[in-house]
Design a protein around this ligand. Sequence first.
Ligand SMILES: Nc1nc2c(ncn2[C@@H]2O[C@H](COP(=O)(O)OP(=O)(O)OP(=O)(O)O)[C@@H](O)[C@H]2O)c(=O)[nH]1
Ligand SMILES: [Mg+2]
Length: 277
Amino acid sequence: MSIQWYPGHMAKARREILENLKHIDVVVELTDARIPASARNPDIPEIHRKPHILAVAKCDLADPACTEIWCQYWRQQREKVVLLDLINGKGINVLRKEITKYLTKQKREPRVLVVGIPNVGKSTLINRLAGRSSAKVGARPGITRGKQWINAGGFRLLDTPGLLWPKLEDQEAAKRLAVVAAIKDELFDAEEITYWLLEFLQENYPKLLAKRYGLEDPAVETGEVFASIGYRRGCLAAGGDIDRLQTAQVILKDFRQGLIGPITLELPQRNEQNEGS
Ligand SMILES: Nc1nc2c(ncn2[C@@H]2O[C@H](COP(=O)(O)OP(=O)(O)OP(=O)(O)O)[C@@H](O)[C@H]2O)c(=O)[nH]1
Ligand SMILES: [Mg+2]
């Protein structure tokens, strides 16, 4: 099954971002700490020609040891990086300071563009920077549909709809995007994605998986892990079998809320890690 999502509002948002870019003083590119690479570069290379800050949201949901590896990698790449936990407001003041460093004195109010994939936290970040709830926020992708300027006292912020790529060439990345809810749930097979996630957790986070679901042996076949979670969580269909869709939804929801534990789904590729070192 191939995962793709590029509705009309994304194509329009991309065009509008390009049109507005000449008026922008600083770009804040938001990525997700659980999938720092797959969540980046939403098909607008032009944003890198502006003063650029990489803001990393959802650090509270990511594995701190992996975040440290990513930070080392970004340092090698000479990226300006700010780590954020937008739920608890961590990193906001650091980001505000970094933004204002780039803002030179000029007649008009400086303008800051916030870009990133759907559901990564752009509107939440803007509300935090503005100190009030001006932008609509939600746990589903595709909440922001059109661009919106918001005053943050000292500069203006442009909130934009989440962008993906016209074609998701890398289907492994597409799976990670589906797991973190950057892609609408209706557009992929929840059971297939959950199997993929369980295999990853069995290999990389077996203890967290076993603890969350009371599994005696997290190394058994993935189908068995899936079924025992379904039974334990009471996801039952008629006839006493597990309800497979409901089981998948429970696991995805647990992951997205951080209930399995702090987990990162990818590290820098080895060739990326060696670059510049
Ligand atoms: N745990 C955690 N949740 C976050 C963080 N930042 C944002 N969220 C949650 O992520 C969800 C999406 O946030 P939004 O601000 O609506 O995301 P967006 O990027 O504007 O999404 P679209 O407008 O759909 O593209 C909301 O449920 C937020 O509460 C964070 O740092 N940590
Ligand atoms: Mg939004």
